[in-house]
Design a protein around this ligand. Structure first.
Ligand code: XIL
Length: 355
């Protein structure tokens, strides 16, 4: 493992890539307007290109999470380098704006750099995996509130509750890749909350119900093995045409909490590609889906962390991935493309008032 000079990294980052505006504490009146526990994901590119984005996050949010900057490809250009500068710049932005920051993500089937995938020897893969998690979590020790340690471990359409996603990590480390990631992270920072994170478990479709059951089973197995897992992330990349499975989701969340775990909403947005109708009609359905989601989760208590994957439709990943048949932009987030609040922001406001 290469030696890191923590102080050098911190000074270097502060000097070069700050994305925030002023370096002072914000006025109390501004802080009081924020939706407690609400946060948004952002890339450094977007923060630097458009000051309205940072302004919106600092107006509505109490936390932020980097979209790309803590993933392997951006942190690890090669086997010997840890390039923390871009993530540090988002951390600087958070500090300057009195926001907390989450970490996303340490172990994922996706976004593994080519140099890593070219390692053929399983022992060497394990060394690279442990080195990465240990170095990155140590570097941000005492700075982040929580980490998405393992992201998306369940396949779509699982065959049964034991089904797990086949990943580069499983090919080399078998099922131990998940406990190993959590144990390594906990050893590097004993206080940060460690989360597992999954998508497509919120609706009533059969494949979602199956995925939720497999997720539940995995969480139970990890707890049985004494794995240091503290929180369960519901990504909540919702599909506007699908109803929320309010009953099933409420039951799932209640059970997870009865095991002593926290529940976070980690990547909220609502893809409206299958909705017809005017923007106003679409926005109303989008807001209703999130209202149903949060109502279901709230049956067993409030959620202290709700993050959307972006804050303005202008900077949503969905517009880069899917195109509506009518060529209109998707409207998945709480603010529109001009940073005006939509009904979805009212829903978030309602659920984050007294948390
Ligand atoms: C997405 C980013 O938003 C995209 O810009 C990138 O190209 C791919 O990753 N689930 C996750 C996030 O956990 O990391 C993904 O982010 C969106 C789905």
């Amino acid at each position: 493992m290469i030696k890191l000079d923590r102080r050098k990294f911190l000074l270097g980052s502060a000097a070069t890539l700050a994305a925030g505006s002023s370096a002072s504490a914000l006025p109390a009146s501004k802080l009081a307007q924020r939706h407690q526990g609400y946060g948004a994901a952002a890339t450094l590119w977007d923060l630097q290109a458009d000051p309205r984005l940072g302004e919106a996050i600092s107006t509505y949010c109490t936390q932020v999470v980097p979209v790309l900057e803590l993933k392997w490809p951006m942190l690890r250009p090669d086997a010997h380098t840890f390039a923390f500068e871009r993530a540090d710049a988002i951390y600087d932005f958070a500090q300057k704006n009195d926001l907390t920051m989450r970490g996303h993500t340490l172990a994922w089937y996706h976004d593994i750099p080519d140099w890593t995938k070219q390692i053929k020897d399983s022992k060497a893969v394990e060394r690279a995996y442990v080195d990465h998690i240990s170095t990155v979590v140590s570097y941000y020790k005492d700075k982040l509130t929580s980490w998405d340690v393992v992201n998306e471990p369940i396949p779509d359409n699982p065959r049964d509750v034991k089904d797990r996603r086949d990943t580069f990590w499983t090919q080399h480390l078998g099922s131990s890749w998940i406990p190993l990631a959590f144990r390594t992270a906990a050893a590097a920072d004993p206080y940060v909350k460690l989360a597992i994170n999954e998508y497509d478990i919120e609706s009533a479709k059969d494949s979602f119900i199956a995925k939720r059951a497999a997720y539940r089973n995995l969480i139970m197995e990890l707890l049985d093995q004494g794995v240091p897992l503290h929180a369960v992330g519901l990504q909540s990349h919702l599909h506007a045409e699908l109803e929320i499975d309010t009953h099933g989701l409420a039951e799932f969340v209640t059970e997870i909490r009865s095991w002593g775990l926290e529940v976070y909403v980690t990547e909220l947005d609502v893809n409206d590609e299958k909705l017809t109708g005017s923007p106003t009609e679409r926005d109303a359905i989008v807001a209703k889906r999130v209202n149903d989601l949060l109502t279901a989760i709230w049956t067993s208590g409030p959620v202290r962390s709700i993050l959307s994957w972006g804050i303005s439709d202008r900077y949503s990943w969905i517009n880069g991935y899917v195109k509506r048949p009518d060529k209109q932009p998707n409207r998945p987030l709480p603010l529109d493309g001009e940073f005006k609040p939509k009904p979805l922001m009212d829903v978030i406001s309602k659920f984050t008032k007294d948390v």
